[in-house]
Design a protein around this ligand. Structure first.
Ligand code: PLP
Length: 354
């Protein structure tokens, strides 16, 4: 892949790891590429990070044609840099693109772009365990017309944001509110696509939960408000009576790469893992009779996030005494060990860049 590179004349000073937080700082450059129907992708370029201009009628501003991905570049103790299952993100991006009528990108070319971009920005990958360079590939429809149709012009970009450890103050279990009014998506909708619109639609419930002192909501399915789907922007898992249960991918759930990796790790460790429908009634019963042993969210940002309290119908239930459970901790140790390279990668998930 031929990428035209224009280097910045003013390289930035990288903040110390302790100040990074999430998504606040951006690296020196960004990747940009344009698409036109009939011609394909063109003008692949890396340019200094900065504002972009859009036509006021640009499709994304009116009709929400936008998808994104999220993955991290990790610094090993030996100084090398690596990615975690990047092809999974690229394939998911193409599935999201298909759903939103945006153009797909050849997966090997997309990987090549990602590799070249991260190598150029390598000094931005922080060094401390738990910190990383968060990579945000995204694509949007960019026709300069208000006509409603599938897009003829699109833009693909990648930006990078050095991010601090999600668990600077240790792994604290979160309080989650079960949402029985708003829904995130429905089957047949865009739930399995990583698109900005899903987030816009879920903000209201998230804000209501925050006001009541809960950090995120647990979503129920949009048809019957009966089956558990996800927690905030993470997939969710439960351990009930020794069985690990996670909602099956019905089309309205985002197929997380962390979810997939957790399932593979757990199966290797010999746990019984069920991907199936899990109803709120079944969860409520497990909370009431004490068979709910652990609950956690999983996603790239946090890896795993233990759930300490669950609120449903004005009753607050405690999970595992409000502490992180044994399986959650094990998953955290194994996945972070592989990602930051302190543990052997027996699954072949690591993609080394240096
Ligand atoms: C990105 C995302 C996840 C987690 O996916 P990972 O690939 O594990 O990071 C879960 N749910 C939603 C809604 C998401 O957008």
């Amino acid at each position: 892949m031929d990428i035209k590179i224009t280097l910045t004349k003013e390289p930035k000073v990288i903040p110390p790891d302790s100040e990074l937080g999430f998504g606040k700082y951006f690296s020196d450059h960004m990747f940009v590429m344009d698409y036109e129907a009939g011609k394909g992708w063109m003008n692949a370029r890396i340019v200094p990070f900065g504002n972009i201009t859009l036509h006021p009628a640009s499709t994304v501003l009116h009709y929400g044609s936008e998808i994104f991905e999220g993955l991290k570049a990790y610094r090993r103790a030996d100084g090398g840099v690596q990615l975690f299952r990047p092809m999974e993100n690229i394939r998911r991006m193409n599935r999201s693109a298909e759903r939103m009528c945006l153009p797909e990108i050849d997966e090997n070319e997309a990987l090549d772009i990602l590799e070249q971009f991260v190598k150029l920005e390598e000094r931005w990958v922080p060094k401390s365990f738990g910190s990383s360079l968060y990579l945000r590939p995204y694509m949007f429809g960019n026709d300069e017309s208000l006509g409603v149709h599938t897009v003829n012009h699109a833009t693909f970009m990648i930006i990078a944001s050095p991010s601090g450890s999600y668990y600077k103050e240790g792994i604290n279990p979160v309080k989650i509110m079960i949402e029985s009014e708003d829904v995130r998506t429905v089957r047949g909708g865009t739930g399995y696509a990583k698109c900005g619109g899903n987030y816009a639609a879920s903000n209201r419930a998230g804000e209501r939960a925050n006001k009541k002192g809960y950090s995120q909501v647990l979503w129920l399915d949009g048809v019957e408000r009966k089956y558990i789907e996800e927690v905030g922007a993470m997939n969710v898992m439960f351990k009930v009576n020794g069985e690990i249960i996670t909602p099956e991918l019905t089309g309205s759930i985002l197929p997380g790469i962390t979810r997939k990796s957790c399932i593979e790790v757990l199966k290797k460790l010999g746990y019984k893992v069920s991907e199936r429908l899990f109803s709120i009634d079944e969860l409520k019963e497990a909370l009431q009779n004490g068979t709910l042993e652990e609950a956690w969210g999983c996603g790239t940002a946090a890896v795993v996030s233990p759930i300490g309290k669950l609120m449903y119908e004005d009753v607050e239930y405690e999970v595992n005494g409000g502490k992180i459970g044994e399986v959650t901790q094990k998953l955290y140790d194994i996945l972070t060990g592989i990602q930051w390279g302190t543990r052997e990668d027996e699954f072949g998930w690591i993609h080394k860049l240096s």
